[in-house]
Design a protein around this ligand. Sequence first.
Ligand SMILES: Cc1cc2nc3c(=O)[nH]c(=O)nc-3n(C[C@H](O)[C@H](O)[C@H](O)COP(=O)(O)O)c2cc1C
Length: 198
Amino acid sequence: MKLLAIVGSPRLNGNTNYLVDVALAEAARLGAETEKVVLSQHRVDPCMGHADCASVEFCRQLDDGEWILDRFCEADGVILATPVYYYNVSAWMKAFIDRNYFLYKRGRKSQARAVGIIIVAEVEGIEDTLHTLKQFVGESFRVGDGQVFLVCGYAGGPGDARGDAALVESARNLGRQMVETLAGGASQRGQPPPKSQG
Ligand SMILES: Cc1cc2nc3c(=O)[nH]c(=O)nc-3n(C[C@H](O)[C@H](O)[C@H](O)COP(=O)(O)O)c2cc1C
């Protein structure tokens, strides 16, 4: 079971990366093979908008987009993680999203059966950011609502998320829920027992 995180924060010691690491560590503890791609560590240039994707063999942007998109398609579970930058996803994440147009024009989607979304803002903008990522998930995956797991929280400086026990726990839960979903046996933990008849 392969779980891939695509991270749109360039701050390696920041809040988004920290919460992703927590989620991936929990997933690895439960047996998943994990990988984290921090977009700022690679070259993913913006879409050029020629829209000829379906008639060319390769995207005209000859950068790291191709292999990242291949892994994105092949992973069993994908986490999309971004800080809020001006009320929406970071430019790193937006470039990655737009580069998915190459897949969209070919009718190709990620095969992932579980999706995690992690969003960190200092003050505001989570709603619009979540809307963007949910729209993207709707276009690029074949998953229902029950296969999408969210962690949205507030943190400003590096280290702030680490000090928020509830936020850290929700990231750990996200990793666990994704593994359980992929294993096909979503945990009944935390749910009330079925009502007795009569
Ligand atoms: C360019 C930029 C734009 C930002 N815009 C917002 C914003 O619109 N709303 C907000 O609440 N925080 C905003 N922030 C703050 C970050 O979302 C916040 O510091 C977050 O913790 C950064 O995540 P990171 O530590 O993973 O990089 C912005 C930060 C930067 C650098």
